[in-house]
Write a protein that binds this ligand. Structure first.
Ligand SMILES: Cc1ncc(COP(=O)(O)O)c(C=O)c1O
Length: 383
């Protein structure tokens, strides 16, 4: 069912997803159709097929098809929005310390270009309740805040942010909201038309099982006229869909295969998939917490299919002569090369953390292998 290496323990669905073979076969079939007559395909087949695929994806995320366009990834979706907006010197862009690195870079870029100010909210982690996110974010909003960039599910800490509460906070102050929902489609039920955000970008290639490069940008109707793709092409000035649906020659097969990905999900049922992944993640987290010691760094209601945990204390003391990101990289590489375990080691808030993912192909015994590997001190001795 999966192309994953059977010799490896793959505990990182969160980074790029893993695509079922049936979905990849559907993608190949679209590529073959394109290659049989590229001109006819791009000109006649694609415009309709792309809109049909967008309609299916829109239905899945509670959106109207005319408000949703495909992009290659969440990073592109965020860039399209940030680089469409006109900021003035002194304007503030609010985001959080747990935002994704590439998104924070894009915020820095537009801030430097416009003279606006990136303002970072310090969301605590460990955390005990979602209200702490709301309070920390509220604390940085000012009359100069022109945009809020919020995650739905964070990358380093795997937290589900209380998005409805955060959005109401911003709306009360007239602050538009861009949501980075990279991990949310598939993990959480979505109702984008009623969420109250201005822009929402999400990946289908992570938890919706689509091929790599399948993501979307949803834009509220009142923001569409001034939201443009990062690459301007033939459709400029002809409306939101015309601008985004063609940005030059590219391979659209990942988007067209969304139908196969949704069929895969329907075959198993979205509720049983969610139940499986969340339950396995909680069991795995418990197992690791018991082995490493320590208290859960986040409440269950802030977690989906991933969890971040601090590494045992001897890892925190290991190679203190090296910068934290290098230590994280070395430990990650060591887990892969010595144990054939793929799992992200995260340098965050001056500590080393491990982020586990749970997906249909994972089993509890694999997290046991991870615990055994991490219980070995760097000098090779078991503790
Ligand atoms: C919160 C968050 N935003 C954005 C991204 C970027 O996704 P992509 O590489 O598909 O653009 C990720 C990737 O893991 C992420 O975790």
């Amino acid at each position: 069912m999966w192309g994953l290496d059977p010799q490896a323990i793959f505990l990182n669905h969160g980074s790029y997803g893993a695509t079922p073979k049936t979905v990849l076969q559907a993608q190949s079939a679209w590529r073959e159709r394109l290659e049989a007559q590229p001109v006819q395909f791009m000109g006649e087949v694609l415009p309709r097929a792309l809109r049909a695929a967008a309609a299916e994806l829109a239905h899945c995320v509670g959106a109207e098809p005319e408000n949703l366009v495909f992009v290659e990834n969440a990073t592109s979706g965020v860039n399209a929005v940030l680089r469409s907006l006109q900021f003035q010197p002194g304007d503030e862009i609010a985001y959080t310390n747990q935002g994704y690195g590439a998104v924070r870079q894009a915020i820095q870029f537009v801030s430097a270009q416009s003279g606006s100010l990136p303002v970072e909210a310090q969301i605590p982690f460990p955390i005990t309740e979602p209200e702490q996110v709301v309070a920390a974010f509220e604390a940085i909003l000012t009359p100069q805040t022109r945009l809020a960039v919020l995650d739905h599910i964070t990358s380093p800490t795997a937290l589900i942010y209380p998005l409805p509460e955060l959005i109401s906070l911003c709306r009360e102050r007239g602050i538009p909201v861009l949501v980075d929902g990279a991990h949310a489609p598939g993990t959480l039920p979505l109702a984008l038309e009623t969420l109250g955000a201005d822009w929402y970008t999400g990946n289908a290639h992570k938890w919706l099982f689509a091929p790599k490069g399948c993501a979307f940008l949803w834009v509220a109707p009142h923001q569409q006229a001034h939201t443009h793709p990062t690459v301007i092409s033939h459709g400029f000035g002809q409306g939101f869909l015309a601008e985004f649906d063609w940005v030059g020659t590219r391979d659209p097969s990942a988007w067209l295969a969304i139908s196969a990905a949704l069929e895969f999900i329907q075959g198993l049922g979205i509720d049983p998939i969610r139940q499986h992944n969340h339950t396995l993640m909680m069991q795995a987290r418990q197992l690791l917490l018991e082995r490493f010691g320590g208290i859960p760094p986040a409440p269950e209601n802030m977690l989906g299919f991933m969890a971040t945990l601090p590494l045992p204390s001897f890892w925190q003391q290991w190679r203190l002569d090296l910068p934290l990101p290098i230590r994280a990289r070395q430990l990650h590489d060591d887990l892969w090369h010595r144990h054939r375990i793929e799992v992200p080691i995260i340098p965050f808030a001056e500590q080393l953390w491990v982020r586990i993912s749970a997906q249909l192909y994972n089993h509890l015994a694999e997290y046991e292998q991870l615990a055994l590997a991490l219980e070995r001190r760097p000098d090779g001795f078991a503790v």
